[in-house]
Structures are given as structure tokens and as C-alpha cells.
Write a protein that binds this ligand. Structure first.
Ligand SMILES: Nc1ncnc2c1ncn2[C@@H]1O[C@H](COP(=O)(O)OP(=O)(O)OP(=O)(O)O)[C@@H](O)[C@H]1O
Ligand SMILES: [Mg+2]
Length: 236
């Protein structure tokens, strides 16, 4: 499977009638097994780009090609759970065919066992984010789109969930697009990093990470970090 993104532009019109250019031309593609990471300043247009890629916003210039049968798992920047449904129901609604074994495994991995019967209003933001991750994983996605999924989690939990995302990505041929402000998440999870300009977003630099994810030791990661630092300085 392959995702082809060819956006030639996107503007928003404000209530006062002014137009704001949010996306400049942005072109990239992703194939199954690849993790693309979008990194860019706040407000540059990342979430807007994800909504376009998901088909939730069709008011743009360009084309998005993704297989029509692709199952999509999505974690929005705000967890967007159904408030009148329990944690378990929120996940089951997204994946009606899910087995009890798989559901229990997801809740165990995401440390949500104790919260299955709770309602979204009873959850902290970090817990709600984990439910959103459980929901995205439950559908066994072909395209996984994650908008800052690890924000507001403590370092230890964020590290564990990063590991789970890596495991999921290794276990099935999934195309993953991750938005993050964390360079560390980017180099631990990404195959290709797309550095974006301030609004209107365009790709200022694309950095491939050649070492396979499973082989990125702490020493290798520290080398990647140094190389990336030099590269980003050079491009300034
Ligand atoms: N529905 C909308 N109507 C008008 N302007 C919008 C709308 N949604 C977003 N914008 C504007 O588009 C720009 C990009 O917003 P977007 O949410 O895509 O940024 P972002 O890169 O995801 O930022 P952050 O890192 O803070 O999440 C911002 O200037 C925002 O104010
Ligand atoms: Mg955003």
C-alpha cells in the first residue's frame, strides 16, 4: 500500500473574510512499513495537513491518493472520545469485531485495565490519550495517523508507549504518519523525518534514517542526534 500526498495549497478564510495561507506545496509519499514524521512549529499547519490526508477536509488544492480499502487508525490531538460511552465501549465501537483476548492485551499494554468501565469525563488527559491510542490500534490499521500521541504523558509511560507503537509498526505492514514536537520520538520511531517551515507549511528538509528501528541502540541514537543537529544547523 502507498500513500501519495500532493498538496499544492490550502487557505482558510477568517470570519472577517481575510484569507490565510496555511499550506504551501507539500509533496511526499509513504509505503507500508514506513513511519513518516512531521516536525514543525506550532500553528504551521500539521493538523490541517493530517485532516486533508484523512479526507476530513476536502477544501484544498491538490490530490491525496490512498488505497480506498485502507483501514485507518487515528489519534487526534485532542482525544475525542464519546463522552457518554465507557472506555471499553469507545474502543469496541471503533473495532466491533475485536476479540476479548486482543482487547485485554491492548488494555494491559496501555495500562488501562482499571479504567475499562470509566467514562471519558473521569479520565485525565494522559489517560484519555491512551484510550485514543487503544482505539487506533484496535482497528488494526493500514494507515496510522498520530497527532502528538505522547503529549502529556510522563517520560516513563511515553517511552513504553513509543515501544508499543514500534512493536505495532513492526508486526503489521502499516503506513504511519506521526506529528511530534519531540526530536527524540522522531529519531526513535521515524524512517523519514519531514521538517516543516512556519505557516504556510512546506517541507524544508527531509531526513531519512537509514538504521532499521529495531537496531537503533542508544549509541546509534546519539550519533543520529548529533548528525541531525549538524544538518539542521547547516540548513539555517
Ligand atoms: N478551521 C479553521 N479556520 C481558520 N483557521 C484555522 C482553522 N484551523 C486551523 N486554522 C489555522 O491554521 C493554522 C494551522 O493550524 P494547525 O492546527 O494545522 O497547526 P499545527 O501545526 O497543528 O499546530 P500545533 O503544533 O499547535 O498543533 C493556524 O494558524 C490556525 O489558526
Ligand atoms: Mg496540531
Amino acid at each position: 500500500m502507498r500513500l501519495e500526498v500532493e498538496i499544492s495549497g490550502k487557505t482558510f478564510r477568517s470570519v472577517a473574510g481575510e484569507t490565510h495561507e496555511v499550506l504551501a506545496p507539500v509533496n511526499f509519499s509513504l509505503q507500508s512499513g514506513e513511519v513518516g514524521v512531521l516536525i514543525g512549529p506550532s500553528g504551521c499547519g500539521k493538523s490541517t495537513m493530517l485532516r486533508i490526508i484523512l479526507g476530513l477536509d476536502r477544501d484544498f488544492h491538490g490530490t491525496i491518493a490512498r488505497p480506498p480499502e485502507a483501514r485507518i487508525g487515528m489519534v487526534f490531538q485532542e482525544p475525542r472520545l464519546l463522552p457518554w460511552r465507557s472506555v471499553e465501549q469507545n474502543v469496541r465501537l471503533a473495532a466491533p469485531g475485536i476479540s476479548e483476548t486482543k482487547l485485554s492485551e491492548l488494555f494491559r499494554i496501555l495500562e488501562l485495565d482499571a479504567h475499562r468501565g470509566h467514562f471519558p469525563g473521569e479520565l485525565s488527559l494522559g489517560l484519555a490519550r491512551r484510550v485514543a491510542l487503544a482505539r487506533a490500534f484496535a482497528v488494526e490499521p493500514d494507515l496510522l495517523v498520530l497527532d502528538e500521541p505522547l503529549a502529556s504523558l510522563d517520560d516513563a509511560l511515553a517511552g513504553r508507549l513509543r515501544g508499543e507503537i514500534a512493536t505495532l509498526v513492526a508486526s503489521r505492514p502499516v503506513m504511519t504518519l506521526l506529528v511530534t514536537h519531540s526530536l527524540d520520538d522522531a529519531i526513535r520511531l521515524g524512517d523519514r523525518l519531514f521538517f516543516l517551515s512556519p505557516r504556510p507549511a512546506r517541507i524544508v528538509q527531509e531526513v531519512p534514517i537509514a538504521i532499521p528501528r529495531a537496531e537503533r541502540s542508544e549509541a546509534a541514537l546519539s550519533r543520529i542526534r548529533t548528525e541531525l543537529g549538524a544538518l539542521l544547523l547547516e540548513s539555517k
